[in-house]
Design a protein around this ligand. Structure first.
Ligand SMILES: *[C@@H]1O[C@H](CO)[C@@H](O)[C@H](O)[C@H]1NC(C)=O
Ligand SMILES: *[C@@H]1O[C@H](CO)[C@@H](O)[C@H](O)[C@H]1NC(C)=O
Ligand SMILES: *[C@@H]1O[C@H](CO)[C@@H](O)[C@H](O)[C@H]1NC(C)=O
Ligand SMILES: *[C@@H]1O[C@H](CO)[C@@H](O)[C@H](O)[C@H]1NC(C)=O
Ligand SMILES: *[C@@H]1O[C@H](CO)[C@@H](O)[C@H](O)[C@H]1NC(C)=O
Ligand SMILES: *[C@@H]1O[C@H](CO)[C@@H](O)[C@H](O)[C@H]1NC(C)=O
Ligand SMILES: *[C@@H]1O[C@H](CO)[C@@H](O)[C@H](O)[C@H]1NC(C)=O
Ligand SMILES: *[C@@H]1O[C@H](CO)[C@@H](O)[C@H](O)[C@H]1NC(C)=O
Length: 273
């Protein structure tokens, strides 16, 4: 008898424990709904937006007329002097594309895209620089020479909503990406929900990163002091890839008056690097 009493006592304890474990709300009085709305309030968790489908390619520009180069994209196109383009370009051909040494090829408005898709070789010459928000290269072989750079620093187009540091107030916060941006709340009168570092995003596409970094917040209602988000860089090389230069997708600097942007994406695929 004593044995079965203690058996029931043990069973009762076990049941209590199970109830607590399975549903803590039964004990502390919070329902799951309260917890969810708390998460939304403090922007700690949300489902990342699905990446949009890739837009269809615009028609290719021409080597000489549009880029001021020499030759043709179906044989060899050489960019021999500085190029400052003012709209996104798609460059496609069955030949080689060479940016000769000491040449700057740039498109510097936020989110400007340079796409190059050639079946031959691509070379970025010594001391040459490509500046853009997005740089995508498809080539059979690619060479990035000494002291060259593909620089998308701070040139991102728009990142998903809420991933940038909150724009207003004295605490200009940092942009988010793989993790939450830094918040710098020093004003005790401000509610945490008004000032936050950018939300984390991008982690649903870590295998094939193709997201812009997000902007840092600014301390001014009228002037944007936040650093720009980092751009996107993709190299798809069928055979040999040699990189002696820099490939950059950093977030732009913040400063005393604004938060830094978050870095963008770099995706490199090649048979041999
Ligand atoms: C490049 O072109 C843009 C738009 O036309 C212009 O604002 C900018 O000053 C140009 N940059 C240089 C260095 O020529
Ligand atoms: C590139 O510029 C550097 C420094 O201005 C110069 O020494 C070099 O000869 C140039 N290279 C070419 C191929 O023009
Ligand atoms: C590159 O061009 C080829 C030939 O037009 C096309 O089939 C391919 O989809 C393009 N690749 C990318 C990544 O744009
Ligand atoms: C790429 O480089 C390899 C090795 O040098 C060469 O065999 C191949 O022909 C090159 N591709 C093109 C399109 O020239
Ligand atoms: C591409 O580069 C490779 C290696 O430098 C060279 O062997 C090949 O002839 C080049 N291809 C073309 C089409 O110029
Ligand atoms: C890249 O660097 C290596 C070693 O530092 C050098 O052998 C090679 O010639 C360089 N290639 C280019 C294209 O600058
Ligand atoms: C590129 O830089 C490397 C290392 O600094 C040097 O050994 C090589 O000679 C350079 N190559 C060219 C083509 O200048
Ligand atoms: C890349 O661009 C950023 C922003 O324009 C600039 O500060 C940085 O010096 C550049 N880096 C290189 C290596 O060109």
């Amino acid at each position: 008898m004593a044995l079965s009493l203690s058996f029931f006592a043990t069973l009762h304890l076990t049941l209590l424990f199970l109830v607590f474990f399975v549903n803590p709300s039964a004990i502390n009085g919070y329902s799951d709904e309260d917890i969810d709305s708390e998460f939304i309030l403090f922007h700690q968790d949300y489902t990342p937006p699905a990446p949009p489908p890739p837009p269809p390619h615009p028609p290719s520009v021409s080597c000489e007329d549009d880029l001021g180069g020499v030759g043709s994209l179906d044989t060899t196109c050489k960019i021999v002097s500085n190029v400052n383009i003012t709209k996104s370009v798609y460059i496609e051909g069955k030949g080689n594309f060479y940016v000769l040494p000491n040449v700057t090829f740039k498109c510097t408005f936020l989110g400007c895209e340079i796409g190059i898709n050639v079946t031959g070789n691509f070379t970025l010459g010594e001391n040459s620089v490509i500046l853009a928000g997005t740089f995508q290269l498809v080539a059979d072989n690619a060479t990035f020479s000494n002291s060259s750079a593909v620089n998308t620093t701070g040139l991102a187009g728009s990142a998903p909503a809420q991933t940038s540091g909150t724009p207003q107030g004295v605490e200009g916060a940092g942009g988010g990406y793989g993790g939450r941006g830094a918040g710098c709340l020093t004003d005790k009168k401000k509610m945490p929900e008004d000032v936050w570092g950018g939300d984390a995003y991008g982690w649903s596409t870590l295998q094939t990163p193709w997201s812009y970094g997000s902007k840092g917040g600014t301390t001014s209602k009228t002037v944007d002091y936040g650093g720009g988000g980092g751009g996107r860089l993709m190299l798809l090389v069928d055979k040999f890839l040699e990189v002696n230069g820099s490939l950059l997708a950093d977030g732009g600097d913040g400063g005393v008056k604004g938060g830094g942007g978050s870095g963008g994406s770099i995706q490199i695929r090649a048979y041999k690097m």
